[in-house]
Design a protein around this ligand. Structure first.
Ligand code: ACK
Length: 976
């Protein structure tokens, strides 16, 4: 094959490469559909004509043909033996065609300097790539201008032109070749791609600067990416050039084609800088009267219809309806059948129901209970309701009169859904006639048809009209009443019902055969309510209306004394309780993690279930307690209209779809930046539920160290969860990126924030189960917020979580031993994880237990080994970590104690000066846990000690008698 493969360089014969092999190695070029070439040196059939400097050119264009006799152009330079090389090669002007970001793909071979005989000193193994943007015209750097500036030396002119160039990168070879490779005919072709942007001019030049390497530029391809014309769900999206920023998304509104319409909102897609269409929102569907078949909208046949955009296909007309033409958007009812507007389009046409059946009555006093059976014919509908017409039968055959407004119908007179009604407050001893009518949704439309009734005749009982008060004493009242005027039978007895006024939840009934009696055993000076009713063989009549009578106001000496002693006891108790509460408040919140006196400035706390609670903290509600998960979502999360959100860029990948960011503009509120978690298309109902689960949990929290939920988008697709935007992303990555950049106080501040968020969660009764730096987000002010409530119950979404032998996934390195062993997840196991987060923070994102296997980690913990103190970690913090890793979970500090201790350390920075003993920092070796307690003790006082400490020791006995024998029980005292 060709002879140019050998060349001579600086006197030494250097075999640079056999370019034909390189070309053969390139293989056939197939360009992806989303790439558009602006320059491809391999596609140029004539000389490339690039400009080299120095003039006589160390960069040399070599034109040859490959094995298929296709011409190829390469540029080569090999000045490895000379000092101070500065050889430039400039391409021709490359038009951007409107692209703001372009990609440069270089294929080249490079000689290994070590393999050169004696050239090592001057030989280089890299070269530089530059660009220079210009619109062309007068600003354009014409070919040859590089060397021909008027009135300048060639050197000056060149320096001036080169200074316009901006460096893209230094290019090094992944693989360089030696003479041996040539001997073995092994070609080491390198491919490097760089991107360039944002570009603002019409075009640019590329330049390659050689500083003394042996290079062959085999191919240079410059291209941009675009999102190609695309049809999705009947929506067309045009060819789109992406934005200029690396992760920018360009929103494109699609156009509905072929008898289709947008469903809910115009279809949108997002064009990424990689030339991919992402995050589809909305879609087109066939218009009513059409259905989609093989990507086209086709008209519905006769007898079929399609009315709703949401339905997919044309449906057969429902029973008792017809569609006589093609393309029907609805069907019409047959004669005698009807439909109302609210009937779904797929519902049959229906008729009014027949009459109710088997009506019966049951009289009780002046009430009547009416009951009946459902009609035989419901008319094909489920919305059958019943109406009652009540009429009084007038005496002496004077006919019927509609019942007055005083008669009550329970639950109501019309629109009854059950087959019974109670009619109350009728006149006593009177005849009534009731008509029961069955109606349904289409009864109104079918008015021409006679109503269908059943009728019932009823006679009511009679009530006592007036009750009078007789002689009254401090504990008794004499009552009398008149017999009803027209009893429907012989009166067998009277019932007297009474109760103390406003205490009608309990009452007393006594009986009398007479029309008078003395009611005894009443409280002095108290108002009582009395009612009387009569009983005949037909049953009880109605109770009389209520009568109020009061007993005499006379107190005996003994009763006064008793009352005084009750007051005294109550006052004493109140005082004691006041003292207790005051004691708690005055003594300040006990840090619980140090015996030092409390700081009077700390917030006031309530005691609840043995731990301190912020006032007003609610309890977390497990969304599982909702039968319908959608209800839980909407109970805790606000629905946001998708039009208020703009997706601007992708910030990561979540378990269910992309995580994006962009502004949220709620009406009447200022615009804020939000993170948008999307649920990818094609999800199952279960996935949708799991995805929205996080929102149902997050929406219950409101704390500055818990990621805030802005709302959800569930009414359009894709389903989204919108949260506040955290500029610095997740804590582990953030720390790794900023290794060693923060002061200890800044790090402790971050830890304090996380502990405060966790204190809030534990007070709410929520156990996180996956607390780790990767699940903490950081904002621009370094505020850390706990996040990832996704499936924290099952941890499916955490790549760190692995399946345990007991089933369920657990992130071993972060999890307390009892949670790994028998899934005992509590706030105390969250405290263990918090200790690991402390370690992650203090070691700037190092992986806990490094590359040890999960099994080794479990074993080491079991054998009482723990992580060593991170480099430069204050001893006080390491003590706290070690306490979080106490085997016995009750010995671990509580989150409120942790917050308290961290606050103390922040207030007293000198306490952070002492760093961990170097013996704790033997590289990556674990250390044995020695139950380090330092100066931190948990609440271990007795009630007596505690009362002594608040100068109330004399009440110890009282507390013991009251059953308050431990501080836990004291803490559970309520204000009552
Ligand atoms: O480490 P990161 O940048 O922070 O990458 C992940 C990615 O999305 C997948 O979860 C980032 N992320 C999640 N939620 C938010 C948020 N609210 N604000 C900013 N970035 C977020 C996370």
């Amino acid at each position: 094959m060709p002879s140019r493969s050998l060349w001579s360089c600086g006197g030494a014969r250097l075999v640079a490469w056999t370019w034909v092999w390189s070309v053969a190695l390139l293989g056939a070029r197939s360009i992806p559909a989303n790439e558009v070439n602006l320059l491809d040196s391999r596609a140029v059939m004539v000389d490339l004509g690039w400009v080299a400097y120095p003039k006589n050119g160390y960069w040399e264009e070599i034109g040859e043909v490959d094995e298929n006799y296709a011409p190829i152009h390469t540029y080569q330079v090999c000045r490895v033996m000379e000092q101070n090389q500065n050889n430039w090669l400039h391409t021709n002007w490359i038009l951007t065609e409107g692209a703001q970001r372009v990609f440069i793909e270089l294929k080249f071979t490079l000689r290994d300097c070590n393999s050169l005989p004696g050239g090592v000193g001057t030989c280089k193994e890299t070269f530089n790539m530059y660009y220079y943007e210009t619109d062309g015209g007068e600003d354009e750097m014409e070919e040859g201008e590089m060397r021909d500036g008027p009135g300048m030396t060639e050197e000056e002119d060149r320096a001036m032109k080169e200074s316009r160039y901006i460096k893209i990168d230094t290019i090094a070879a992944d693989e360089s070749f030696t003479e041996l490779d040539l001997g073995d005919r092994v070609m080491k072709l390198n491919t490097e791609v760089r991107d360039l942007g944002p570009l603002t001019r019409k075009g640019f030049y590329l330049a390659f600067q050689d500083l003394g390497a042996c290079i062959a530029l085999v191919s240079v391809r410059v291209f941009y990416k675009r999102c190609p014309f695309f049809v999705k769900s009947l929506a067309e999206f045009p060819d789109t050039i992406p934005g200029s920023e690396a992760s920018q998304l360009v929103e494109v509104v699609g156009h509905c084609v072929n008898n289709s319409l947008p469903l809910y909102e115009p279809p949108r897609m997002h064009c990424s800088t990689e030339g991919e269409w992402l995050v589809p929102i909305g879609k087109c569907v066939c218009q009513p009267g059409f259905e989609e078949i093989s990507g086209f909208c086709q008209v519905c046949s006769v007898g079929f219809y399609r009315s709703l955009l949401e339905s997919l296909t044309c449906s057969k007309c429902p029973p008792h309806s017809v569609a006589r033409q093609t393309g029907a958007t609805s069907c019409t009812c047959e004669d005698g059948y009807y439909k109302i507007d609210s009937d779904p389009s797929n519902m049959a046409c229906t008729r009014p129901p027949s009459a109710p059946r088997n009506a019966i009555s049951n009289v009780n006093e002046t009430s009547v209970f009416l009951e009946w059976s459902v009609p035989t014919e419901t008319g094909g509908r489920k919305d059958v309701r019943y109406n009652i017409l009540c009429r009084q039968v007038l005496p002496e055959g004077r006919g019927l009169e509609e019942c007055g407004p005083n008669v009550r119908f329970l639950p109501r007179r019309v629109g009854l859904s059950n087959t019974s009604v109670m009619v109350a407050d009728l006149q006593s001893h009177t005849n009534y006639s009731f008509l029961l009518e069955a109606v349904n949704g289409v009864s109104e439309l079918a008015r021409e048809h006679a109503k269908q009734y059943v009728s019932l005749n009823v006679t009511t009982n009679q009530a006592v009209s007036v009750v009078r008060k007789g002689h009254t004493e401090k504990s008794s009242i004499a009552l009398s009443w008149a017999e009803p005027d027209r009893p429907n039978g012989i009166i067998l007895e009277y019932e007297i019902k009474y109760f103390e006024k406003e205490q009608d939840s309990s009452y007393t009934i006594i009986k009398s055969k007479e029309t008078e009696m003395v009611v005894e055993g009443l409280k002095p000076s108290s108002v009582y309510i009395f009612q009387v009713r009569a009983r005949t063989s037909a049953g009880y009549g109605a109770f009389s209306r209520r009568f109020e009578f009061q007993t005499s106001p006379y107190l005996t000496a003994t009763s006064e004394r008793a009352q005084a002693s009750i007051v005294a006891v109550a006052v004493t108790l109140a005082l004691v309780l006041l003292a207790v509460v005051a004691g708690f408040l005055l003594s300040g919140r006990r840090c619980g993690y140090s015996k030092a006196k409390q700081d009077p400035e700390e917030e006031k706390m309530h005691f609840h279930n043995g731990h301190i609670k912020f006032p007003g903290v609610r309890t977390y509600i497990d969304p599982l307690t909702y039968e319908d998960p959608n209800q839980a979502v909407h109970e805790f999360a606000q629905e946001i209209d998708v039009s208020f959100i703009s997706i601007e860029r992708i910030i990561g990948a979540g378990e269910f779809g992309e995580v994006c960011s962009g502004p949220l503009r709620l009406p009447g509120k200022r615009e804020i930046q939000v993170a948008i978690k999307t649920l990818k298309a094609g999800y199952t109902e279960q996935q949708r539920r799991d995805f929205l689960w996080e929102a149902s949990i997050m929406g219950q929290f409101n704390h500055p160290n818990i990621i805030r939920l802005e709302g959800v988008v569930t009414k359009s697709k894709p389903v989204m969860i919108i949260t506040e935007y955290m500029e610095n992303g997740s804590l582990d990555t953030f720390l790794k990126k900023n290794d060693g950049q923060f002061t200890v106080i800044q790090l402790v501040g971050m830890l304090r924030g996380i502990a405060s968020g966790m204190r809030y969660l534990s007070d709410m009764g929520y156990v996180h189960r996956d607390l780790a730096a990767r699940n903490i987000l950081v904002n621009s002010n370094l505020v850390c917020k706990v996040s990832d409530f996704g499936l924290s119950r099952v941890l499916e979404d955490d790549p760190e979580a692995v399946y345990t032998t007991r089933g369920g996934k657990i992130p071993i390195r972060w999890t307390a031993p009892e949670a790994i062993a028998y899934r005992k997840f509590t706030s105390a196991s969250d405290v263990w994880s918090y200790g690991i987060v402390m370690w992650e923070v203090m070691s700037y994102g190092e992986r806990p237990y490094w590359e040890m296997s999960n099994q080794d980690v479990i074993k080491a913990i079991e054998e009482s080994y723990r992580l060593p103190g991170p480099m430069d970690c204050p001893e006080a913090l390491y003590h706290l970590m070690m306490d979080c890793w106490q085997r016995e979970r009750s010995n671990r500090p509580k989150f409120d104690e942790i917050v308290c201790l961290l606050d103390k350390l922040i207030r007293n920075p000198s306490s952070l000066k002492k760093l961990v003993n170097s013996s704790h920092r033997v590289s990556n070796l674990l250390v044995e846990h020695a139950n380090v307690q330092g100066d931190c003790n948990t609440l271990s006082q007795t009630v007596g000690e505690w009362l002594d400490s608040i100068k109330m020791g004399r009440y110890t006995e009282l507390f013991m008698e009251g059953g308050y024998s431990s501080l836990e029980t004291v803490a559970q005292m309520t204000s009552e």
